[in-house]
Ligand binder design. Structure first.
Ligand code: HEC
Length: 173
């Protein structure tokens, strides 16, 4: 199941990349407006961050975050215990309201892609996610220091890229 999901992520990525490349080629033959090349640049950045995400971060998010922040919950044995199932259901509802990792980056949320990167860096750095109550019950979902660093580094690279690109497009207006 997980492999299938990853394969379909990769397929989507390939299609997106192929589409952007062909759009780039098509545009090279036509006079483009400044506006459309800026939009193009923004999308290219997002694809770059997404590719980076799939390669280095997606498996870690799958391991430590997906139970609550995706439609792919592996319900633990204790979810059958009276009182607990409601509690877990509530946790998942709340988690998915904030941020949803099911479809890769850019994530689904009420914030911007940049704000999402900042929030992910913050919660991984301060150790507030996954929540302690979950870490206690799911030893395998714990992130090692190296894994935390991979997520934080990816998030910072993404933030840098988006900020640079935003500054460029602001300068061009
Ligand atoms: C046990 C379920 C659970 C797991 C596992 C979990 N989260 Fe959460 N997450 C929540 C809940 C519930 C909220 C909303 C309430 C809150 O902030 O505590 C939330 C909120 C968030 C937010 C928004 C918080 C903010 O202050 O903006 C981010 C970002 C987030 N989680 C990232 C992650 C990441 C990254 C992981 C994995 C490393 C993860 N979560 C794992 C339950 C979970």
């Amino acid at each position: 199941m997980k492999n299938r999901r990853l394969t379909s992520y990769n397929a989507t990525l390939l299609v997106a990349t192929a589409f952007l490349c062909s759009a780039n080629r098509a545009m090279a033959h036509e006079p483009t407006t400044k506006r459309s090349s800026l939009v193009d640049e923004h999308e290219r950045r997002l694809v770059e961050i997404t590719t980076d995400y799939q390669l280095t971060v997606a498996p870690l998010i799958q391991k430590a975050c997906a139970d609550c922040h995706s439609g792919d919950t592996q319900y633990p044995w204790y979810s059958m215990m009276p009182g607990i199932s409601q509690w877990i259901k509530h946790d998942i509802e709340e988690a998915r309201k904030h941020i949803e990792f099911s479809n890769g980056y850019p994530f689904q949320s009420h914030a911007t892609p940049l704000e999402d990167l900042i929030a992910v860096e913050r919660v991984v750095k301060d150790g507030s996610m996954p929540p302690l109550r979950y870490r206690l019950m799911h030893g395998k979902a714990r992130l090692t220091e190296q894994e935390k660093k991979s997520i934080i580094d990816w998030s910072r690279r993404g933030q840098q890229m988006l900020r640079a690109e935003m500054a460029r497009s602001a300068g061009a207006e």
